[in-house]
Design a protein around this ligand. Structure first.
Ligand code: SAH
Ligand code: SF4
Length: 396
């Protein structure tokens, strides 16, 4: 196997990552139970299974080790056996771009030659990694660049958690073997948002398994309160998210009437604002979490009036919420414009005075097309035409 030629400096203790080797099963992305079964299949004695899972898990997810031979608390013979059957493989980094504001964007290649983007956003008190759950998206939100690309496929759990591992490699953030996670002070990668390409709730099982790995205390160990899943509003999966993942929830709300939301977020035709709000009201109780983030993209003359702001606060009354106002990020051929700054501030003010935090999301990494809704793989297929985008937006 040759190492990939990514322009990334690796930490000395990080063994070069490998692409999946033919005939070998990749263990990245297996749940603890899945790993246990895989180890049983190669003849690991039943009595040892739990311990072996724990040991291998820690090497892979706590210390970022990619080579079974480096797992020094396992016998040499067992390491050989593992190496013959399994591999520890991550998505291949194709390129890395760093924005003037420090935002990093990675393009990674996964099986089948598909490409997805990962964005790392450093802030003073935290570092957020924005990851993808699908290649493309089946939904067709009219303001979203990803929505112009048809779904190519769901990402596997290994490809989802693999994005986190790729970023930790680049940030040099794996503790030395023997050290605990977080012993080196504040984390560079402290938060995960599922806000990249795709609708995470249309790939529920893989997203859940990957986030379980991210939250596992003997590995990457991020608290469930540091993971935010953003959905366009797949209502039947919302309660399941609370029960089976328990992370924070963000919802792409974007409009205050069904008429406008039908156009911006077409899934609204299936589950309308009222149905969505009913599901959201239950979420904090079910997940024992605090507030829900309402994402609201500011589109000039479409959803940014003061009347919209007043309607919004009325709609969400009773739901512990924060309203994240996102100035529209333009992309080539986009059928909308960003709202004027004064209008965004007027909107924010109304929401704030009604008692809700209403931060305006500063666009990050715009110079490298890393901002919200700008992600799209270069290996796009079946791209929709501009006419089709406009027709679906109801403005053709
Ligand atoms: N599919 C999920 C998660 C990915 S989108 C969802 O829709 O929630 C992440 C966020 O970026 C969503 O709130 C989405 O509506 C927003 N977004 C998409 N395109 C955008 C654009 N061009 N400008 C600003 N925000 C955008
Ligand atoms: Fe898909 Fe989300 Fe974009 Fe809508 S906003 S098209 S759900 S990625």
């Amino acid at each position: 196997m040759t190492d990939n030629s990514a322009p990334i400096t690796q930490d000395v203790h990080t063994i070069p990552r490998k692409l999946p080797e033919e005939g070998k099963r990749n263990i990245v992305g297996l749940t603890r139970e899945g790993l246990k079964q895989a180890l049983a299949e190669i003849g690991t004695p039943e009595k040892q299974l739990r311990m072996r899972v724990g040991q291998i898990w820690q090497w892979v997810y706590q210390w970022g080790v990619r080579d079974f031979h480096a797992m020094t608390n396992l016998s040499k013979a067992y390491r050989e056996q593992l190496d013959a059957a399994f591999t520890i493989a991550l998505p291949e980094v194709v390129s890395k771009q760093v924005s003037d504001d420090g935002t990093r964007k990675y393009l990674v290649r996964i099986a089948g030659g598909h490409e997805v983007e990962i964005v790392y956003i450093p802030e003073e008190s935290r570092g957020t990694l924005c990851i993808s759950s699908q290649v493309g998206c089946t939904l067709t939100c009219s303001f979203c660049h990803t929505g112009t690309q048809k779904l190519v496929r769901n990402l596997t759990a290994g490809e989802i958690i693999g994005q986190v591992m790729v970023a930790r490699d680049d940030l040099g953030e794996w503790p030395e073997p023997g050290m605990g996670t977080g012993e080196n002070g504040p984390r560079l990668l402290s938060n995960i948002v599922l806000m990249g390409m795709g609708e995470p709730l249309y790939n529920f099982d893989n997203v859940r398994d990957a986030m379980k790995i991210a939250m596992d205390g003997e590995g990457i160990a991020l608290s469930r309160r540091r993971i935010t899943l953003s959905t366009s509003g797949v209502v039947p999966e919302i309660a399941k998210t609370a029960e089976e993942i328990g992370c924070l929830l963000a919802v792409s709300f974007h409009a205050t009437t069904d008429e406008v939301r039908d156009k911006l977020v077409p899934i609204n035709k299936r589950w309308n604002i009222e149905t969505l709000l009913d599901a959201l009201r239950e979420y904090p109780k079910l997940s024992n979490s605090e507030r829900i983030t309402f994402e609201y993209v500011m589109l000039k003359g479409v959803n940014d009036s003061e009347e919209d702001a007043r309607r919004l606060v009325k709609l969400i009354s009773g739901i512990p919420a924060k309203i994240n106002l996102i100035p529209f990020n333009e992309w080539p051929g986009a059928p909308y414009e960003r709202s004027d700054w004064e209008q965004i501030e007027r909107f924010a003010d109304i929401v704030y005075k009604a008692g809700y935090a209403s931060p305006i999301r500063t666009p990050r990494g715009e110079d490298i097309m890393a901002a919200c809704g700008q992600l799209k793989s270069a290996s796009e297929r079946a791209r929709k035409s501009r006419r089709q985008i406009e027709a679906e937006a109801g403005i053709g």
